[in-house]
Ligand binder design. Structure first.
Ligand SMILES: *[C@@H]1O[C@H](CO)[C@@H](O)[C@H](O)[C@H]1NC(C)=O
Ligand SMILES: *[C@@H]1O[C@H](CO)[C@@H](O)[C@H](O)[C@H]1NC(C)=O
Length: 233
């Protein structure tokens, strides 16, 4: 079977799954303009000098985004499909990665939103235990391109794992969860592996969060709320 057929099968499999447990967020334009801005800063690092494939290049970010870290790495897609790329910053890239639509070379843009995580990815009812890390793929054909649409990548064999070097302890009574922000605006939660690892098969933004439990209000006294029994005549 052609690999793009696999891709569609997996997407069809994912759709009910995402709709089932996901929720859309409303502030998607701030996120996509951030992605687009960071794509331009990342690509800037790849132009005007000789760059090697498979090597991460750290980008400059505007002073208005101090703290955010961005890198870019060019990869040939036939290598991504067949070979384990290993760690690219906090992401372990296994073999079996395909992209849609097909391109010859792609740029993997890495983002670490650091202290801007909850600003760009607010998640009411949850607290961040780690920064938001993002990985997005773009066509490497024109490194001067702006407002590029990200490519869909898919891990067909092992999932891509995201390692969070430091996960803060969860508040009392709450446990850490992986959170997945997909490009199509769905938010999903999953299990944390080995204390600091989340896994994904597609591009997006990822972090570890914990639910913030609202302090339970004291239960109302039985005779405050219970309606007095109506006399039975
Ligand atoms: C993040 O930290 C930098 C300093 O490292 C600061 O300039 C910036 O305003 C902070 N961002 C937020 C959203 O607090
Ligand atoms: C019900 O309220 C009265 C006072 O209004 C109180 O003396 C009594 O202990 C209460 N009973 C229960 C079961 O809370």
């Amino acid at each position: 079977m052609h690999s793009s057929s696999y891709f569609y099968i997996i997407i069809w499999f994912l759709i009910p799954f995402l709709f089932g447990s996901g929720s859309s967020s409303s502030d998607s334009s701030a996120k996509s303009s951030l992605d687009s801005l960071l794509q331009q800063y990342a690509f800037r690092e790849l132009t005007g000098k000789r760059t090697r494939n498979g090597v991460p290049y750290d980008a400059h970010v505007p002073s208005s985004l101090t703290g955010v870290k961005v890198s870019a790495m060019i990869l040939k897609t036939h290598i991504l499909k067949r070979k384990v790329c290993g760690y690219y910053k906090n992401f372990f890239i296994p073999s079996g990665i395909i992209e849609e639509p097909y391109v010859k070379k792609l740029v993997l843009v890495y983002q670490n939103l650091a202290n801007w995580s909850s600003f760009y990815y607010p998640l009411p009812g949850y607290t961040y235990l780690a920064p938001v890390f993002g990985i997005l793929a773009y066509d490497a054909h024109n490194l001067y391109a702006k407002y590029l649409r990200d490519l869909d990548i898919q891990a067909l064999e092992d999932p891509i794992s995201i390692k969070f070097p430091y996960v803060q302890p969860a508040p009392e009574g709450s446990s850490p969860k992986c959170v997945y922000f997909y490009s199509n605006n769905f938010v999903q939660f999953g299990h944390v592996k080995d204390g600091n690892i989340c896994e994904t098969r597609v591009q997006g933004h990822f972090s570890v969060v914990a639910e913030v439990k609202v302090a339970p209000s004291p239960p109302p006294k039985a005779n405050d709320t219970a309606p007095s029994p109506s006399p039975i005549s």
